[in-house]
Design a protein around this ligand. Structure first.
Ligand code: NAG
Ligand code: NAG
Ligand code: NAG
Length: 358
């Protein structure tokens, strides 16, 4: 009978384990595969997809997607997944949840992780009515798309010109790089005005630099060139071809044969319907990079637009010619003034028209 008792006991034990396993709460089940970040059980973490590079630095600006859940709820009480782009959040300013703040510092670029925060590291004993109940444990799913070390950048920008100049040039270049990274990110999200602001801020910082020697001067110029090209492209996106041209010319002042700058010039002139100038820039670019697909495609487009504009003008003139059946002096003048503003060389039909008119 003792062996019978034993097996009953074992059966009872197995059954209760199974039952407790079946009825274990969702968060408790997650906890089994998570690691304790601080050692006090307040922040538990599970890496779903690991990232790369160094972990997020203090005061960084982070580009993240995240969703936050309460236990037994499929619907997040907070999420960025409905946004088209990840959210940019500055640590220490935009991230207010203590646990999330600490959790983010353990993450790397590209990482996707799951965190469980005890109330002390989340919304406390009071919760946050009506959404977060009292003493709630919360689950965060976080994906770090990218981050920028904005602490250094912000500190540097806040300094006076004199103080800025007292830093080594390498510090300035690092700040400029960060600003440009920000700008590129804004650009990539079609946020062209902000992108332009970042690029221009970087240009200003470089312009403020008092340089002692030629080597430093050259370093500054080298850093300015890609920024001018970035601004030029941004102005093109903003439908400001005149400004785009201005900045591509600034780039050309630094490097007369820079193909990217010549290409931007070509784009700007095309937008301005100045086809001969566009052609001239692109031919120079092509001379340096004969097999560049972008350059060759744009050259073809310029040629097509040029031809189309000539055809349209021909049509315009022939229409005017029809109206000249009963010659009036005013109309004659109109053709003359029209002809003067016509940038392209006179076409045979244009010449004929002039003769007919006079
Ligand atoms: C982060 O910001 C805080 C507050 O502005 C500051 O006290 C701290 O020194 C900064 N940390 C770094 C690493 O810049
Ligand atoms: C720009 O966005 C696309 C997706 O929209 C992404 O694949 C690409 O890596 C981004 N580039 C930069 C420089 O952020
Ligand atoms: C800005 O310039 C850098 C370096 O030339 C380039 O990698 C980046 O794609 C450019 N971004 C834009 C939006 O022009």
């Amino acid at each position: 009978t003792s062996s019978c008792k034993k097996t009953t006991k074992v059966h009872f034990f197995l059954a209760s384990t199974l039952i407790s396993f079946l009825f274990i709460s969702p968060f408790a089940q997650l906890r089994l595969q998570m690691e304790d970040v601080l050692g006090d059980g307040g922040i538990l973490k599970e890496v779903i997809q690991s990232g790369e590079g160094p972990p997020v630095p203090e005061n960084a600006s982070i580009l993240i997607h995240y969703s936050a859940f309460l236990e037994y709820s499929d619907q997040p009480f907070e999420t960025t997944t409905r946004c088209k782009y990840p959210r940019m959040m500055k640590l220490g300013r935009d991230v207010t949840l203590f646990g999330l703040q600490l959790g983010l510092l353990t993450m790397k670029k590209g990482e996707f992780s799951r965190f469980l925060f005890q109330p002390d590291y989340a919304y406390g004993d009071l919760g946050c009515p009506p959404f977060i109940p009292a003493a709630a444990e919360v689950l965060y799913e976080v994906h770090i798309v990218d981050y920028f070390d904005s602490a250094q950048m912000d500190d540097f920008i806040a300094l006076s010109l004199e103080e800025q100049n007292s830093f080594p040039l390498s510090t300035l270049l690092k700040v400029v790089d960060t600003l440009r990274g920000f700008g590129n990110r804004c650009f990539n999200q079609s946020n062209y005005y902000n992108a332009k602001d970042r690029y221009k801020q970087a240009v200003r910082l470089l312009g403020n630099r008092e340089t002692q020697n030629d080597a430093d001067k050259e370093t500054i110029q080298t850093a300015l060139l890609p920024l001018y090209l970035n601004i030029s492209l941004t102005e093109l996106r903003l439908d400001s071809p005149h400004k785009a041209l201005k900045y591509s010319n600034k780039a050309l002042e630094i490097d007369r044969t820079n193909t990217k700058a010549l290409f931007r010039c070509g784009q700007a002139y095309l937008d301005l319907h100045e086809y001969e100038s566009a052609h001239r820039c692109l031919i120079s670019a092509q001379a340096k990079k004969p097999f560049d697909v972008d350059i060759n495609n744009l050259l073809r487009r310029v040629a097509m637009c040029y031809k189309k504009s000539i055809d349209q003008q021909k049509e315009l003139y022939s229409k005017m010619f029809q109206h000249l059946r009963s010659p009036v002096k005013d109309k004659c003048l109109l053709i003359f003034s029209g002809f003067n503003s016509f940038l392209l060389p006179p076409t045979p039909s244009g010449t004929l028209l002039l003769l007919a008119c006079c």
